[in-house]
Design a binder for this molecule. Structure first.
Ligand SMILES: *[C@@H]1O[C@H](CO)[C@@H](O)[C@H](O)[C@H]1NC(C)=O
Ligand SMILES: *[C@@H]1O[C@H](CO)[C@@H](O)[C@H](O)[C@H]1NC(C)=O
Ligand SMILES: *[C@@H]1O[C@H](CO)[C@@H](O)[C@H](O)[C@H]1NC(C)=O
Ligand SMILES: *[C@@H]1O[C@H](CO)[C@@H](O)[C@H](O)[C@H]1NC(C)=O
Ligand SMILES: *[C@@H]1O[C@H](CO)[C@@H](O)[C@H](O)[C@H]1NC(C)=O
Ligand SMILES: *[C@@H]1O[C@H](CO)[C@@H](O)[C@H](O)[C@H]1NC(C)=O
Length: 554
């Protein structure tokens, strides 16, 4: 009897303690998850950016966080150019959210106080949250820069060195047996290396290329020699079913133009230098059913395909996939292919060196947000340099940790900085967005959930100098183009200094950059019937170029 009472009492207290412990812990975790950038479907989450903090307590920071309320928004691909970016970092809690059921920000904000340890770890030990990187000028307020993975920043000049290193040292695995194609690729490489020096070429500005002589030689050899075999295996819609519209249009347009190409495509795979795997990562992501997908299950699906073609043909096994390529714009392109297609040339939009993109092996694919597949070239052009009165323009959703900071720092701060949040989606606003791009000197291409954004190509189409704020992003056709000649790279940590950085660029240099933006525009345009130096050819060229430099013979 007595024992029972004691047991009951013990039980009670214990359970109550346990419960309150669980509630506190869960509450804290939920709060942290809400603070540090995990989108939710319905309700209330995300993105702290205004923080007043007290760093005197050694390992703890008292933080006042300004939440932004996120609510569901069912806009699909039909947005207007400033709703962009895929953002799946492969974390379990983000799953189920994709472009089609994107989130957007409403105006409600609530201030909450939390005590957060200075660097909070989620799941994996390397996932930490940095507190307070920037001071926004106002007394007592510190901006909190939240990064999910604390990673080193690779600057653009370090990327240049990596490229040189990679081209001179990295080779594919040795082929199992030799092939006449390898010998042809190798002789192409030698020809490129000893290209006769070209100083100018009609329609091309030599300064925008790393080496115009090599580029022209390589391009010419591609046109004359390259043969591509396109695998017939795989069923629609994951394979052979290009989507020509939307944010992932690059993979769709490439697939469509490659599969219907007469010049490069050969029927006999023995004649091919390169083998194309006509897969759509977007379709893979959306077709297999939302509920059971994990990156691993999707990667396994690709592995089955690789097993299929490597069992049926001898080509994959000969080079372990090194002469095979794929073109993927979906965020998961890198993640789903890095294991089973690690030797292949991967053209990826999500070209983040901190997440496994390999300079000189993979190639960066531009994001082209196509609204009308009938007229992918609409609204090209813009005011000339002297008539651009707005210093910098940005508008868009608050995807990721960086944009809230950008907007917080610069919205309505200076008359020449048009830095806005999301714009409405009506035709008037879309037109206004384009007008801003056409009449601004610099267009801010700030990363969203991932490093890539359609703004880079939008800026080029509207003849606005892109300002890329996306650490570790490798810009498209990096092997060939000298991006610093026509774009500005600002490190994320320098965002508070953005205006000064832009104002310090001399007018003459600006005019030069803007002229070069016009000169590279042709490389970023889709044509129904591909033309020389257009986007289709540039993608194929980068793939060819990377393969040529890595080819190995027995
Ligand atoms: C968030 O926004 C939605 C839609 O505007 C609203 O219904 C909801 O109450 C808001 N949540 C909070 C916590 O303010
Ligand atoms: C949150 O804090 C900011 C800055 O102190 C203040 O301007 C804003 O009104 C606060 N919002 C709410 C909902 O209390
Ligand atoms: C936490 O932050 C401090 C100071 O920023 C740093 O020295 C320490 O290495 C960090 N710890 C981890 C586990 O990242
Ligand atoms: C470009 O490459 C060619 C061929 O290798 C070389 O002769 C030339 O010096 C290079 N030009 C520049 C500017 O590096
Ligand atoms: C290629 O290699 C795989 C794995 O080693 C093997 O199963 C397959 O049969 C090979 N393909 C051919 C055509 O021999
Ligand atoms: C800029 O555009 C205006 C009208 O569109 C034109 O008159 C002027 O010559 C142009 N200036 C330059 C430098 O091209």
């Amino acid at each position: 009897m007595r024992l029972r009472t004691r047991l009951e009492r013990f039980h009670h207290v214990d359970i109550r303690r346990l419960l309150s412990g669980i509630i506190v812990t869960v509450g804290f975790v939920v709060l942290l998850v809400q603070c540090f950038g995990v989108p939710c479907r319905k309700g209330f989450c995300l993105s702290p950016f205004k923080v007043s903090s007290d760093f005197t307590i050694s390992n703890q920071v008292k933080t006042e966080i300004n939440f932004i309320n996120l609510s569901e928004n069912d806009n699909g691909d039909d947005g207007n150019g400033y709703e962009d970016d895929e953002y799946e970092n492969g974390k379990k809690r983000k799953e189920g959210i994709d472009r089609e059921t994107d989130v957007a920000i409403s105006n409600v904000d609530v201030n909450v106080s939390v005590i957060a340890t200075r660097n909070v770890s989620f799941e994996k030990p390397e996932m930490t949250v940095e507190s307070s990187v920037l001071v926004n000028g106002r007394e007592g307020y510190v901006l909190s820069m939240v990064r999910h993975n604390r990673v080193a920043v690779t600057s653009i000049s370090q990327m240049n060195s990596l490229l040189i290193q990679s081209l001179s040292s990295f080779r594919s695995p040795k082929p199992r047996w030799s092939s006449a194609r390898d010998a042809e690729m190798l002789s192409a490489k030698l020809e490129i290396e000893k290209a006769s020096v070209v100083h100018e070429s009609p329609g091309l500005n030599p300064l925008v290329y790393r080496n115009i002589s090599k580029f022209l030689k390589s391009y010419d050899l591609m046109e004359r020699k390259l043969k591509v075999y396109v695998y017939k295996e795989g069923s629609k819609p994951i394979f052979h079913d290009p989507t020509p519209r939307g944010i992932y249009a690059s993979e769709g347009w490439f697939m469509k133009l490659m599969e219907s190409n007469k010049k490069f495509v050969v029927k006999d795979p023995r004649k091919a230098h390169l083998f194309y795997i006509p897969v759509s990562i977007k379709a893979l992501r959306t077709t297999l059913g939302w509920d059971f997908q994990t990156p691993k299950s999707l990667a396994d699906h690709l592995k089955e395909y690789v097993d299929l073609i490597s069992g049926k043909y001898k080509f994959w096994n000969r080079t372990s996939g090194a002469d095979h390529f794929l073109v993927a714009c979906h965020d998961w392109g890198n993640k789903l292919t890095k294991k089973h297609m690690k030797n292949s040339v991967r053209a990826l939009c999500n070209s983040n060196v901190a997440q496994g993109f390999r300079i000189g092996i993979d190639t960066a694919l531009p994001v082209t947000y196509i609204r009308s597949s009938k007229s992918p070239l609409e609204y090209r052009g813009g005011k000339n340099a002297s008539e651009r009165k707005i210093l910098a323009f940005f508008a868009g959703s608050m995807h990721g940790y960086l944009r809230p900071i950008l907007v917080q720092l610069w919205e309505n701060k200076e008359p020449d900085m048009k830095i806005l949040g999301p714009m409405p989606r009506d035709p008037e606003s879309k037109k206004q967005y384009r007008e801003y791009m056409k009449s601004s000197k610099y267009c801010i291409c700030a990363r969203g959930y991932e490093v890539h954004t359609p703004r880079v190509v939008e800026a080029i189409i509207n003849e606005c100098v892109p300002v890329i704020i996306a650490d570790n992003y490798v810009p498209p056709f990096f092997e060939v183009l000298n991006w610093e000649e026509f774009a500005v790279f600002v490190e994320e940590k320098d965002i508070a200094n953005l205006r000064n950085i832009l104002l310090l660029i001399p007018e003459e240099r600006y005019i030069g950059m803007q002229a070069k933006v016009k000169m590279v525009q042709q490389h970023f345009l889709w044509h129904k019937n591909p033309v020389k130096f257009d986007l289709f050819h540039m993608i194929l060229h980068s793939i060819w170029y990377n393969r040529v430099y890595r080819v190995r013979t027995r």
